[in-house]
Write a protein that binds this ligand. Structure first.
Ligand SMILES: [Zn+2]
Length: 334
């Protein structure tokens, strides 16, 4: 029997509150989260929550603390739980793994993971690539995991569905439960990964226009959808003729990105196609901040989660909806 079974037991609650206090207010003046007034004063502590400083707004006469209006607002779990969960999320753990390590219920773990992923997506909303860009595509098997038949909430009393989908031959698309993933990777840094319903010329044109600046130089393989693209300086290598690089023209970075994406997605043991944009968006965040350590990435997420305007959008999944340009979430909304 070990003496400590959970890492967060080593965390000191006071240190966590001091850390969150600095993180929340380091670039923002101390402000009432309810009426945005700056006329605030200190208002003691809480009896039941040691370490949590309370402030009072002289304008609206209400009290608040460092967590008011944030993603952690009114959470019954302590800050060490949240900080550790965010850290584990950046090590690309699954929500069940996080729930186990942090010792919360699996539905709590699942909810936290999606909230925190959404908070991370707030950094990816304006991402547009420029310079020399490589692109590649992939078809990922994704069905209706966790959804009742045809999408929507889980209907009670049905048999559990097998998580692994059998793969059908040929190119995939959304209706065959194999949506396409297109990755755009700039040689100057920066990644955009998109989930699309199919791989037609129209879809690829729309995806390209969202992912990169007009006039960028683009290198791909010889797929006809790329060749039909308009508005970019395009060149391609022909894999069927065993041509993988011709001087500067190659897409090895894009293929390398997929070799990282596949094991990342495998952790989740089969995913729903409605959740695909969210998982890909978070992967995009991790790759775009790949120079940082996992905890520095976690700090970025916590910083976003401490912003009330980000937090309220993250709770409703608004960021995923904004990134879902190809209506993969549509079925889930019905
Ligand atoms: Zn106020």
């Amino acid at each position: 029997m070990s003496i400590l079974s959970h890492l967060h037991q080593l965390f000191d609650v006071h240190t966590c509150y001091a850390y969150i206090h600095r993180l929340r207010w380091k670039d923002r003046p101390l402000q009432c989260p309810r009426c945005q007034s700056y006329d605030v004063g200190s208002w003691g502590n809480y009896h039941h929550r040691s370490g949590c400083q309370r402030s009072r707004c002289r304008h609206c006469k209400r009290t608040f603390n460092d967590l008011t209006g944030t993603l952690m607002h009114q959470s019954k779990r302590s800050l060490p739980h949240w900080i550790l969960a965010t850290f584990l999320l950046c090590l690309s753990c699954s929500s069940r793994r996080i729930a186990r390590e942090v010792r919360v219920h699996i539905s709590t773990g699942y909810r936290w993971c999606w909230w925190l992923r959404n908070a991370a997506l707030s950094y990816e909303m304006q991402r547009r690539l420029e310079g020399t860009i490589e692109a590649d595509d992939l078809y990922h098997t994704a069905g209706y995991k966790g959804q009742a038949k045809g999408g929507g909430a889980k209907s009670l009393g049905r048999r559990a569905r097998g998580r692994r989908k059998k793969r059908e031959p040929g190119r995939g698309h959304y209706d065959k439960d194999r949506p396409a993933i297109i990755a755009w990777i700039s040689r100057q840094g920066g990644v955009v990964v998109q989930a699309t319903r199919d791989f037609t010329v129209k879809t690829v044109q729309k995806a390209a226009d969202i992912a990169m600046q007009r006039g960028s130089r683009l290198y791909t393989d010889s797929a006809s959808s790329y060749r039909a693209l308009k508005g970019y300086a395009h060149d391609f290598v022909n894999h069927t003729q065993k041509e993988y690089a011709r001087g500067d023209v190659h897409e090895n970075r894009a293929e390398c990105l997929f070799s990282l994406l596949k094991p990342y997605l495998r952790v989740f043991r089969g995913i729903s196609k409605m959740n695909l944009p969210g998982y890909l968006g978070f992967f995009q965040f991790l790759r775009n901040f790949r120079q940082l350590t996992a905890f520095e990435q976690a700090e970025l997420i916590l910083y976003a989660a401490l912003d009330p305007s980000v937090a309220s959008r993250a709770r409703t999944g608004d960021f995923v909806r904004c990134l879902d340009h190809f209506d993969l979430l549509q079925t889930a909304r019905n």
